[in-house]
Design a protein around this ligand. Structure first.
Ligand SMILES: [Zn+2]
Length: 321
């Protein structure tokens, strides 16, 4: 008798067991996770849990009645393919610091040599600094470093950036476009002469029109100057005017602290070549100007860092960052 009643009980439990198997099956499919509370046994009960089918997360509710599944309810509660809405806040957040304005201009517009100039103006007046990269198209660290300044946050003054001055040579991975010639010999070589091409004339005009105070032109060379004096790798070549030397030697002393090998230490040189942007700006426009040269024997990231750190130190010395 007892045994028969056990069997009857067991038969009564079959639908319940079937439901448990069903739920277990749902739990076993990949992506099912985080079960909620279970409310068994009882005449009407439910089981709720979350399932994931990328990119969705579902809330699932399984309703039971007397052990039978009577309803399965599935609702999307999140969709990771859609960006979450920003959380609303009712408390007052502090006003963000005013961001400098960034304006873009195209130089030598409409020509094959067209390139971009970024003009970053802080809300406070201050010095005007110009950063140029890519005058020589195969000097990768120069234009990669200059590109890092096109949205730079300055707290005063103006930052002008021409990251890819010789756009075509950069695309060609060559120092210059042979039909155009060496861009860094096309700037005025006397106070009365003009630059040689539409692009170099426009770059020079920017230096003049914006009354640039400091100019850093980013370059690279094949060998270390300390190992081969004919090469200018790891040098800073400045045009000696007023106090330029004080600032640039301070910067180099700091940079050299991070250089491990003596042959890789930066050397301070003067007189950028005639016809170079730094020379013309320094000699005829009274700009504190210099060419910064890394040595391409080092890793690209090391070279980029030297350029970026030097530009940062210059901006810092002018209280602009
Ligand atoms: Zn160069």
């Amino acid at each position: 008798m007892q045994k028969r009643s056990n069997i009857r009980n067991l038969i009564l439990y079959i639908p319940l067991l079937a439901s448990i198997v069903l739920v277990a099956g749902l739990l076993l499919i990949p992506g099912v996770a985080k079960a909620g509370t279970i409310n068994l046994p009882g005449s009407a009960t439910y089981y709720s849990f979350k399932t994931f089918t990328f990119p969705y997360v579902f809330a699932e509710t399984v309703n039971f009645n007397s052990g039978y599944v009577t309803a399965i309810n599935r609702q999307v509660i999140s969709d990771s393919s859609v960006s979450p809405a920003p959380v609303e806040s009712n408390y007052n957040t502090p006003e963000p610091a005013a961001k400098p304005m960034v304006e873009t201009k195209v130089l030598a517009k409409g020509t094959k040599n067209a390139t971009e100039l970024y003009i970053i103006k802080a809300n406070k007046p201050g010095p005007v600094v110009m950063i140029v990269g890519g005058i020589h198209g195969n000097e990768t660290a120069g234009y990669k470093a200059a590109e890092k300044f096109i949205n730079y946050d300055i707290k005063r003054g103006t930052l002008l950036v021409i990251p890819r001055a010789n756009q075509r040579a950069i695309e060609n991975k060559s120092r210059m476009i042979s039909s155009v010639g060496d861009m860094n010999r096309q700037f005025p070589a006397s106070s009365s002469s003009l630059a040689d091409t539409a692009l170099t004339r426009e770059i020079y005009k920017v230096v003049k029109d914006y009354k640039v105070d400091w100019l850093m032109d980013m370059h690279e060379s094949l060998n270390y100057h300390k190992l081969n004096s004919n090469s200018v790798g790891q040098t800073l070549i400045y045009y000696p005017a007023n106090s330029t030397v004080n600032t640039v030697s301070n910067i180099l002393n700091s940079i050299n602290k991070s250089v491990n090998y003596s042959y890789a230490k930066f050397t301070l040189l003067r007189y950028p070549a005639k016809g170079s942007l730094a020379r013309a700006a320094g000699e005829y426009l009274g700009v504190h100007s210099f060419i910064f040269e890394t040595c391409s024997k080092q890793t690209l990231s090391t070279r980029i860092n030297y350029h970026v750190n030097t530009a940062n130190m210059l901006l810092k010395s002018l209280n602009m960052n």
